[in-house]
Design a protein around this ligand. Structure first.
Ligand SMILES: NC(=O)c1ccc[n+]([C@@H]2O[C@H](COP(=O)([O-])OP(=O)(O)OC[C@H]3O[C@@H](n4cnc5c(N)ncnc54)[C@H](O)[C@@H]3O)[C@@H](O)[C@H]2O)c1
Length: 421
């Protein structure tokens, strides 16, 4: 394949060096003419010896053409074009995509010759969609997860690949390149907005963990604890913390997480350490509670907020399998809606009402909220929901427990899944 890379920085050079191979010819375009000259002279433009060696070999074998004159872009035809330019911070915090736009504007003179146009630059979710509309061309987003200094190693042992496309059926060439070069690796092919969010989800999770552990280290000094043992304990539980607490739902509740989070925050302040990170966790949990309340209110608004509305909650304890309802999110929802004279609340909990059937509770229900992942809810026949709830009833299922409901005429709501509902 003939592959164009725009932007000869960390990502552009690593992309070129990794996907080189006898079957591909690469073209690199960068506005930095000095860098291009160095690449052509096989001088070092990267800190990574393996990237340098590959680029140098490609120049020698005439498998790499590097140029800084934009007119040269239109001398060739390409199967794939990778856009790897920088997306720095604009002003205080905004992601600046002006360089990506500038590049697309150049390519738009003759999009056809550039094959599958794949953006590798990190961009705020939704950007690819907007740019595809502006430039009237279906873009792809292939986020990069490499670390500087170990780029080729990271690209080679990647756990999975993420490719976002405006049109999931398009991108024949980029899919061919990825599957050929990563035959044993799962390719997650999704929409561009999701691919853009996945990149931020990874990077900000890294930032969050780094800040968290440094905050605890500073606190350890104040209270006389040893952070190395704290880290060792968290790492001992790496199986748990690798995947735990990553299921979206209704926020945390129960006897321990809420009180322990605010207690740590209080103690940090008490020790003159800023507790904003931990406070923000509590604030975010409250935001999710309010958002669930709003989902329910919106559900009732379909029925004109009339009288005699029925709200059903399935699962009262803070998690399935137990009967502990202290500080559970479901109980907070009940507290909130108890003051509404037009709303009747009916509940079901497998542990609290053993032997009773949940489907009787939803007879004539306008809104059902499913909190706990119990088999009694998960495996209910979809027709039972439709037969018992009022016509147009709303099922709120933020934990994706009863998604069989999406095949019914009822309205199915699950936070973060609007598109895939
Ligand atoms: N550095 C990393 O490890 C890494 C990892 C994953 C993703 N990313 C993302 O990838 C993107 C690129 O990052 P990077 O570290 O490679 O950046 P970089 O600054 O190293 O390289 C960007 C290159 O683009 C060139 N450029 C600027 N304007 C141009 C234009 N109009 N036409 C052609 N070339 C132009 C610059 O001269 C430079 O060589 C960013 O969005 C970044 O967030 C970076």
């Amino acid at each position: 394949m003939d592959i164009l890379v725009i932007g000869a920085g960390n990502v552009g050079l690593a992309t070129t060096a990794y996907y080189h191979g006898s079957e591909n010819t690469f073209f690199i375009y960068d506005v930095d003419s000095k860098k291009i000259e160095k690449i052509n002279n096989r001088e070092r433009v990267t800190d990574e010896p393996s990237v340098h060696d590959n680029l140098s070999g490609m120049i020698l074998s005439r498998k790499l053409v590097a140029f800084s004159d934009p007119d040269e872009l239109f001398k060739y035809n390409y199967d794939i074009t990778f856009i790897c330019v920088d997306t720095p911070t604009k002003g205080y915090a905004e992601c600046d995509t002006s360089i990506v736009k500038k590049v697309l504007s150049v390519l738009s003179k003759d999009f056809k010759r550039f094959g599958d146009i794949v953006i590798r630059s990190t961009m705020i979710p939704g950007t690819c969609g907007t740019l595809s509309q502006t430039f009237k061309t279906p873009l792809h987003h292939y986020p990069e997860f490499m670390r500087e200094g170990t780029a080729l190693f990271d690209m080679g042992i990647v756990s999975h690949l993420v490719l976002g496309s405006i049109d999931i059926k398009s991108g024949k060439n980029i899919k061919k390149l990825l599957t050929f070069n990563h035959p044993m690796t799962t390719l997650m092919h999704t929409d561009t907005t999701t691919a853009e969010l996945i990149k931020y989800a990874h990077n900000v999770m890294g930032s969050m963990r780094i800040s968290y552990i440094n905050l605890l280290a500073a606190y350890a000094d104040k209270v006389g604890a040893n952070i190395d043992d704290v880290v060792a304990s968290l790492k001992q539980d790496s199986n748990k913390w690798g995947t735990a607490a990553l299921e979206p739902g209704y926020g945390y509740g129960g006897h321990c997480y809420p009180k322990d989070t605010i207690a740590l925050s209080y103690s940090l302040e008490d020790n003159q350490i800023p507790s904003r990170m931990i406070e923000a966790i509590d604030i975010t949990n409250n935001f999710i509670l309010m958002d669930t309340i709003n989902q329910i209110k919106k559900g009732f608004s379909k029925f004109g907020n009339g009288t005699n509305l029925k709200l059903v909650l399935w699962g009262l304890s803070y998690k399935e399998g137990i009967a502990d309802i202290r500080n559970s999110i479901a109980m907070k929802i009940i507290d909130h809606f108890n003051s509404y004279p037009n709303i009747r609340i009916v509940t079901h909990d497998v542990k609290i009402n053993p032997g009773t059937s949940p489907h009787e509770t939803i007879e004539g229900a306008h809104v059902l909220v499913v909190f706990n992942n119990e088999n009694e809810y998960r495996y209910l026949d979809e027709e039972i929901f439709e037969k018992n709830m009022v016509e147009g009833g709303v099922v709120i299922d933020n934990k994706k427990i009863v998604n069989q409901v999406k095949h019914t005429s009822l309205e199915y709501i699950s936070r973060g899944r609007t598109k895939s509902n």
